[in-house]
Design a protein around this ligand. Structure first.
Ligand code: NCD
Length: 358
C-alpha cells in the first residue's frame, strides 16, 4: 500500500498524476479517495460506486427517519471550508453535503479575514485548521496548493483529508464528478455514456472544469470529445496529449452549430477573464460565435443535453432555461448529492449507507 508518509514531497510531486492515485487513496484499500485532488484519481468502478451511493443517499434523505440517520453518521466530525477564491455553488453544495451527514462546519472565505493577511504561510494556516477540524475542503487560485497541503498533512501528527474544490486553472475534480453524475442520470435509460459525443465550448484554455471532465470521460468507452473555442482560448496541449495517449476520439473546432448537431451533450463555459495576463485581453477576442441560443437549441437532438458548470454570463441565452434538455440547474443539485457521497466515501461510510435498512 503506497502512503504519503513513505515518499518525499519532491518525489511525489514529480510523479505523473495517475501514479499519485494510490498515495491518495484510503489506507483501508476500499478504492475510495482519502485526499481528493485530481480527476485522475477516479476510475470507472469508483465513479459508478459514487453515483450509486449518491442515488442511495438522495433516496434515504427523502424520509425524516432516513435524513436523521444520515445526519447521525458524521455528527462527531467537523469540516473546514477554506475558500480563498470566489464561489457560490461549490461552497454551498459542500456545506449542504456536510449538513446532510451531520458534520459541523467552519469557514474562511476571504484570506483578508484570516491570519494569512498578517503574513502567515498557507502551510501554517492549514496546520491551524487541522488542529480544529477533521477535513479541509479548499478552493485556491494557486495550482498545486491542495496537493502540497495533502502531503504536509499526511506527514504531520494530525493527518486529515483534503478535498480540492477548485485549484488554479488546473483541476476541479468534484465539479467533474457532478458532471459525470449528471451525464449518467441523463442517459440512464438511453444506453449510458459509452459511445456519446460531448462538446466543450467557451474558454477551454483556462477552464479547470474542462480539464477535469475531459479526463473523467476517458473512463468511458468510445466517447468522442469536441472542443469548440476561439483559437486564443482553445483547449491546452496537455488535455489533447492525454486523449491521444488514451486513443480517445477528439476534434478541435470553431463551429458550435455543426458540433451541436452531432453532440449528445454540449458543455458551455464562461470566459475566465480573471486570469487575463494584461487587463482586458479577453474582451478583444471575438466570442460571438461561441454562445448557445435559440438557433443552437433548434439544432440540438431531442435526447441531447446542455450543461454548464455555472456561473453563466451570456454564453447560454435565458430562452434555453425552460427547455427540458437544459441540465445546468439539475447539475447544481446533483453536485450536492455526489459531494455528500464523496465525503461519506472518504470517511469509510459507503458500505454502511448502501446496506442500511432505509
Ligand atoms: C467553475 C469554477 O470555479 O471553476 N465554477 C464552479 O465551480 N461551478 C466555473 C467557472 O467559474 O466558470
Amino acid at each position: 500500500m503506497a502512503r504519503l508518509t513513505d515518499i518525499g514531497w519532491e518525489e511525489f510531486h514529480a510523479l505523473p498524476l495517475e501514479a499519485k492515485r494510490p498515495y491518495l487513496a484510503r489506507a483501508e484499500g476500499d478504492g475510495m479517495p482519502y485526499h481528493t485532488l485530481f480527476a485522475q484519481q477516479f476510475d470507472r468502478p469508483v465513479l459508478e460506486r459514487l453515483c450509486a451511493l449518491s442515488n442511495r443517499i438522495r433516496f434515504i434523505n427523502k424520509s425524516r427517519e432516513g435524513a436523521l440517520y444520515l445526519k447521525s453518521l458524521l455528527a462527531h466530525k467537523r469540516a473546514m471550508l477554506y475558500f480563498s477564491q470566489p464561489s457560490s455553488r461549490t461552497f454551498l453544495s459542500h456545506l449542504a453535503a456536510c449538513q446532510i451527514l451531520g458534520l459541523t462546519t467552519g469557514s474562511v472565505r476571504d484570506a483578508a479575514t484570516s491570519s494569512e493577511f498578517k503574513g502567515e504561510s498557507h502551510e501554517d494556516s492549514i496546520r491551524t485548521f487541522s488542529s480544529y477540524f477533521d477535513m479541509i475542503i479548499m478552493r485556491s487560485p494557486e495550482q498545486g496548493l491542495a496537493e502540497k497541503m495533502s502531503w504536509e498533512l499526511s506527514n504531520s501528527s494530525r493527518p486529515i483529508p483534503i478535498l480540492n474544490a477548485g485549484s488554479g486553472k488546473d483541476q476541479h475534480p468534484t465539479q467533474a464528478l457532478l458532471d459525470i453524475y449528471t451525464l449518467v442520470r441523463s442517459f440512464e435509460e438511453k444506453g449510458g455514456i459509452d459511445g456519446r459525443t460531448v462538446t466543450f465550448c467557451g474558454d477551454l484554455k483556462r477552464g479547470r472544469t474542462v480539464r477535469s471532465l475531459s479526463y473523467l470521460l476517458t473512463n468511458f468507452r468510445d466517447v468522442k470529445q469536441v472542443f469548440v473555442a476561439p483559437k486564443e482560448l482553445q483547449v491546452p496541449d496537455d488535455v489533447i496529449a492525454t486523449l491521444e495517449a488514451k486513443g480517445v476520439r477528439h476534434e478541435i473546432s470553431d463551429d458550435l452549430r455543426a458540433a451541436t448537431k452531432m453532440s449528445d451533450a454540449v458543455y458551455m463555459t464562461r470566459i475566465q477573464d480573471e486570469w487575463d495576463d494584461s487587463k482586458g485581453e479577453s474582451a478583444k477576442i471575438d466570442t460571438s460565435r461561441f454562445k448557445f441560443g435559440a438557433e443552437e437549441l433548434a439544432l440540438l437532438g431531442p435526447d441531447s443535453i446542455i450543461m454548464h458548470p455555472l456561473p453563466r454570463r451570456d454564453e447560454i441565452a435565458t430562452c434555453c432555461d425552460h427547455d427540458p434538455r437544459a441540465m445546468y440547474w439539475r447539475q447544481m443539485r446533483n453536485g450536492m448529492w455526489i459531494r455528500t457521497a464523496l465525503i461519506a466515501g472518504t470517511f469509510g461510510l459507503e458500505k454502511s449507507i448502501m446496506e442500511c435498512g432505509y
